[in-house]
Design a protein around this ligand. Structure first.
Ligand code: ATP
Ligand code: LTN
Length: 332
């Protein structure tokens, strides 16, 4: 039987954070043996907020190298840049025409991000962002989409758009399911534990970049905002500690109960240091592999070229069906 399809991606809008890794990429690595996986670098999505072209190009390479450094294997998974497969933009337009303004206005990410764009004006790209994301997923008839918790609403609208299209024009799209991890789906900012850790945070102390040096990681965790209590456990007003417990739990494979026992009678200082060391140690092999890959641009080029070829083949099959259903004349 054919393997089920997976598609996911992240934006080259900054350097990958510990949140991206624990909420998304770490899980992708586990899935690549069982599923037919496509992982893209969502460069077109990154344009929804202003980008400096020189930085964007650099970050695109960085994300690809980080995908591989984290363990995504180009022999098993298809790795590609979204902009190299023009069918994403084409399907996105077709879906835009069956999407309602009201549906997009309700998206919480749009509401959050448009607040930051008040001075510059809110771009239409930011508004239609979920439609492009739906196109990414539906083009490959993905069954499963592994993402962090913040993307749940975008997955819901993807399902709505797919079902609507199938109802209006006849069955074309597979209806995808989100795949959200139980722990790590929402890693919070180290400076404000009520906000998610984000790579576009203007304060670098809020996030750990996956390639930060060990001393920097330890320092950022030492400074993490917690509370005035002293116990290492979950509870009301203890978002900061709970966040550090989630991070420590994934990095060390310990349960929350084991962590509570380990730090019983110890203070926040000891705990933060232990979390910092666990993160620094866990990310060390990724950083080393990343540096090696960034020095081998030819290999990266080979990977993304092959990736785009396969992705285009799959995408054009779906797009052809969609265009037929819509009533466009076949290309000769
Ligand atoms: P930006 O801040 O620029 O919007 P981002 O850091 O939110 O970017 P994306 O590239 O939009 O990252 O997301 C990539 C993947 O990482 C998504 O699956 C998303 O759900 C996941 N993710 C992002 N931030 C976190 C987080 N703090 N905790 C867990 N998962 C996260
Ligand atoms: N919007 C996503 C990145 C993304 C994505 C996708 C994730 C773009 N297209 C398709 C999964 C499937 C985000 O994580 N912010």
């Amino acid at each position: 039987m054919d393997k089920k399809m997976i598609l996911s991606g992240l934006q080259p809008s900054g350097i990958m954070t510990l949140g991206n890794y624990l909420g998304a990429v770490k899980n992708w690595v586990k899935l690549q043996n069982e599923y037919d996986c496509l992982f893209m670098i969502a460069d077109m999505h990154a344009l929804t907020v202003p980008q400096e072209p020189v930085n964007l190009r650099k970050r695109c390479y960085e994300v690809l190298a980080l995908y591989m450094a984290c363990g995504l294997d180009p022999e098993k998974s298809t790795l590609f840049f979204q902009s190299h497969v023009p069918q994403h933009a084409e399907l996105s337009w077709a879906l835009t025409c069956t999407t309602y303004m009201g549906e997009l206005s309700r998206m919480t990410q749009f509401k959050d991000k448009s607040k930051n764009a008040k001075d510059t004006g809110v771009g239409v790209g930011l508004f239609v962002y979920p439609v492009l994301m739906a196109a990414d997923i539906l083009l490959y008839q993905a069954n499963l989409v592994p993402v962090g918790a913040d993307q749940k609403q975008h997955l819901e609208i993807t399902r709505v758009l797919a079902e609507r299209f199938n109802r209006l024009y006849g069955d074309v799209f597979t209806i995808p399911e989100p795949y959200i991890p139980e722990v790590g789906a929402r890693i919070m900012s180290l400076q404000d534990p009520t906000k998610k850790m984000s790579k576009s945070d203007s304060n670098p102390n809020g996030y750990v970049s996956i390639v930060d040096e060990p001393e920097v990681i330890i320092r950022k965790l030492k400074r993490a905002v917690t509370d005035s209590d002293t116990r290492i456990c979950r509870g009301e007003g203890k978002d900061g500690i709970e966040n550090l417990m989630s991070i420590y739990s994934i990095m060390t494979d310990k349960t929350f109960e084991e962590i509570e026992r380990e730090f019983e009678g110890k203070g926040y200082g000891d705990f933060k240091l232990a979390v910092g060391e666990a993160v620094a140690e866990g990310l060390r092999p990724i950083r080393e592999k990343y540096n090696e890959l960034m020095n081998n641009k030819d290999y990266l080029k080979e990977v993304y070229t092959k990736g785009a070829q396969r992705a285009s083949r799959l995408a054009s099959k779906t797009l052809r069906k969609v265009y037929r259903k819509l009533g466009f004349v076949d290309r000769t």
